[in-house]
Design a protein around this ligand. Structure first.
Ligand code: CO
Length: 340
């Protein structure tokens, strides 16, 4: 199995974080046992975590236990730094990407990484993704928005065009969720309601703006959490496109016709949802993603896919392995390594 959606959070010292942004830059407090820790924002605990997040040996032990051959790690979204002054965020991204490269370096056949970029500045983001690609990144993870800029904003479209031209796969992760502070204060509602909506907003921004129609078809772009609310509500979007000219105005074709330009991971936790997702996206565009090592991830990687008896063995193999090889060009990367 190849797991395309997992996170790491490196050992960032309090001093390193303070030098960037004393209140908002994240750092890692590791407990006395060395295995438990806390992601901190300034003085404030953000999230309790455990050692697989920062310790690659602990991570590989979990891969051995769960039968994952290769796991692609990327930043925990709290590391993005999109709200900081751009040059500072660019320097931060370079350092985080170096930590990602080092995290994977001792286990090159088991761990791979996606870069992060200072997405608030397109030229700096393009420079960093180019540098990271040369350093060995298999793709780039971006948040689904930068403040009020969604994926249809010209800056973000320019970045996606650059990735398409540079043959760099893009993974879009929801973050900075809408409505969290006001109306979703309890029960993890930002993760359960707003996150799927953020992902759908990213996908619809690309489609309904016409940006996806204009972007090169070589763009490889994958959305987290099964695309959030996208697949289930696509019929509603198509219906609106057919009956309201304001929905059609920038989008030349039926919205659902663009689904086959996009990919998603498989993190939907329900067989019916996964079946629908594969119907909408196409079986060749859904890839195993566990969201490890967080509690909202799939605890037994691949168990949902394998429980779907309506997928034959070849279809399961596609979701669990083959689609990721193709999407991330892993065979090409491996052969480049062999060539030295
Ligand atoms: Co995630």
């Amino acid at each position: 199995m190849i797991d395309i959606h997992s996170h790491f959070f490196p050992r960032i010292s309090e001093a390193e974080a303070r030098a960037v942004d004393a209140a908002r830059a994240p750092w890692l407090a590791v407990g006395a046992d060395g295995r438990s820790g806390q992601i901190m924002l300034g003085e404030r605990p953000f999230r309790p975590v455990h050692d697989a997040l920062w310790d690659p040996a602990a991570r590989v032990r979990t891969l051995d236990q769960t039968g994952v051959a290769l796991q692609i790690v990327c930043a925990t979204p709290v590391m993005f730094g999109y709200g900081w002054e751009a040059s500072r965020a660019a320097d931060w991204a370079t350092r985080m990407n170096e930590k990602a490269a080092q995290y994977c370096a001792g286990h090159p056949t088991r761990l791979a990484w996606m870069a992060q970029v200072p997405l608030q500045d397109v030229s700096l983001a393009c420079a960093e993704v180019t540098r990271a690609r040369e350093r060995g990144a298999v793709g780039v993870q971006i948040g689904n928005h930068v403040g009020a800029k969604d994926l249809d904003h010209p800056d973000l479209v320019d970045f996606l065009a650059f990735c398409a031209e540079s043959d760099i796969p893009v993974f879009v992760h929801p973050w900075d969720m809408m409505g969290g502070a006001e109306r979703m204060r309890k029960w993890m509602l930002p993760w359960l309601v707003a996150m799927p909506a953020e992902t759908q907003l990213g996908m619809l921004s690309l489609i309904l703006s016409g940006a996806l129609a204009r972007l090169p078809t070589t763009l490889r772009i994958c959305f987290a959490h099964g695309g959030g609310s996208f697949a289930y509500t696509l019929g509603r979007v198509d219906n609106a496109w057919q009956h309201r000219d304001i929905v059609r105005s920038d989008c030349p074709e039926l919205p659902s016709s663009y689904a086959r330009r996009l990919a998603t991971d498989s993190a939907v936790f329900d067989r019916g949802a996964l079946r629908l997702l594969a119907d909408v996206m196409g079986i060749e565009r859904v890839m195993l993603g566990t969201d490890a090592p967080f509690p909202l991830g799939e605890q037994e990687p691949g168990s949902l896919v394998r429980s779907c008896e309506f997928f034959d063995a070849a279809a399961q193999q596609r979701i669990l392995h083959d689609n990721a090889r193709a999407f991330f060009g892993l065979d090409a990367l491996a052969s480049e390594d062999v060539k030295g």
